[in-house]
Design a protein around this ligand. Structure first.
Ligand code: PLP
Length: 414
């Protein structure tokens, strides 16, 4: 058996010929044209509006409001749904911190529904278990880019009268039963961050079919809470913020969204190829992708049937990293109950500032413990992942497969 790179052996993917990285991003040639248009107009341009319209059309929604990033889109969504102090927001315990920042900014509290360890997503069933009279909204995250099982979630939402926000950061142009990501919930939120599928370096988008919510979102995130009265000027009747998106970013977005579908297709094709190959390795479990859903693979997960290995997930992640799949060794921080130590230990993490999850307005005693989230713990303790790329070649897929096989073969018990 080949010596692992972790123990001084030759890595499958050498430093001389590494896997292509996310950067530099591929920028559509038309970006220059759109950027020139904005510059020549001296910023007196309707590029943001045009990008919003295009984005809305492609995601099959009536309205899109561009903002500064996805965390601000989620914050805006919660604010316009009137989520306030002491309200509870049911969401997943496995996500980027951007999913939670808006909840905490509104002085509301996250309540974690457990995830299905085979998909990484929350379900109608796990959401229903943690609803309370104080639940004001639900945030689902299409984790990895795999669209959640939305029909039962929306049915629950209608039954209980609780709005749903879709965090679509990892799933632009994703679909479920023919419906687009960001068009099924009450509000959809997207990221155009530097590493995301559709990148304008920074940026976010809020989508909705409700004119009232779109107008309110614009007022909150762009107008800072004011309306303009003829003959007087700005009048502020609510608290709003400056989460504005720029014309130049929109110019890049206009060009990038034109190539997104092709990039997504390639991203998915390559990921499917690798998933098929690694699922033939003894002890590797493929990501469960329901037939009605689509996975856009912002990250690629390798799920180990962990009891069959002589190593824990940290060791497996380190070994894969050493073989040249960079990023695999950072595993557990997405489990919020573990990465935010204050939740478990009730410690004041930030010196004199209060811990972000320590909300003074809670209406009932909430505890946060990973032990209450067996699905999430199972997912985290047997899954490694890294940021996926449509730049991979067929040869790269083969090299990744060989690296996973080498590590799995080395550590498998039998
Ligand atoms: C699922 C999810 N939600 C929210 C965010 C935050 O996005 P942004 O950086 O645009 O605020 C991210 C970023 O990685 C994410 O993956």
């Amino acid at each position: 058996m080949d010596k692992l790179a972790l123990y001084g052996g030759k890595p499958v993917i050498s430093e001389k010929e590494p896997l292509p990285l996310v950067f530099p991003r591929v920028i559509a040639p038309k970006a220059k044209e759109y950027i020139s248009e904005v510059l020549e107009a001296g910023f007196d341009s309707d590029m943001v509006q045009r990008f919003q319209d295009k984005f809305a059309k492609m995601h099959d929604v009536h309205y899109a409001v561009a903002v500064s990033n996805c965390a601000s889109a989620i914050h805006t969504a919660l604010a316009v749904l009137d989520v306030g102090a002491g309200d509870e927001v049911v969401t997943t315990p496995v996500s980027d911190f951007g999913t939670y920042m808006g909840i905490l900014s509104q002085n509301a509290l996250p309540v974690f529904a457990d995830i299905d360890p085979d998909t990484g997503n929350i379900t109608a069933e796990s959401i229903e278990k943690v609803l309370s009279p104080y639940t004001k909204a639900i945030i689902v995250v299409h984790w990895h880019g795999l669209i959640c099982d939305m029909d039962p979630i929306m049915e629950l939402s209608r039954k209980k009268g609780i709005p749903v926000i879709e965090d679509c950061c990892q799933a632009p142009l994703g679909s479920y039963k023919g419906k687009m990501a960001g068009s099924m919930g009450t509000i959809g939120c997207f990221s155009m961050d530097a590493e995301k599928h559709l990148s304008t370096e920074h940026g976010g988008m809020l989508t909705t079919n409700s004119k009232e919510l779109a107008d309110k979102a614009y007022k909150f995130a762009v107008m800072r809470g004011c309306y303009v009265e003829e003959g007087f000027g700005r009048k502020y009747d609510m608290l709003g913020l400056n989460y504005r998106y720029g014309q130049l970013e929109a110019a890049v977005g206009m060009a990038q969204i034109e190539i997104l579908e092709e990039q997504n297709k390639r991203r998915i094709m390559l990921a499917n190829r690798l998933m098929e190959k690694i699922s033939k390795i003894d002890g590797i479990i493929p990501l469960k992708i329901p037939e009605v859903s689509m996975c856009l693979y912002w990250i690629f997960p390798v799920i180990f049937d962990i009891d069959r290995f002589n190593a824990d997930i940290y060791m497996l992640g380190k070994a894969l990293d050493a073989e040249g799949i960079k990023g695999c060794s950072h595993i557990p921080y997405y489990l919020i109950t573990d990465s935010h130590l204050c939740l478990k230990e009730r410690k004041n993490l930030y010196g004199k500032t209060r811990c972000p999850f320590d909300c003074p307005y809670q209406r009932r005693r909430l505890t946060y413990d990973s032990d209450d989230l067996p699905g999430a713990v199972k997912y985290i303790s047997r899954t490694v992942r890294w940021v996926w790329s449509d730049k991979y070649s067929e040869e790269d897929i083969e090299r990744i497969y060989l690296a996973v096989k080498k590590v799995a073969d080395y550590f498998r018990k039998d």
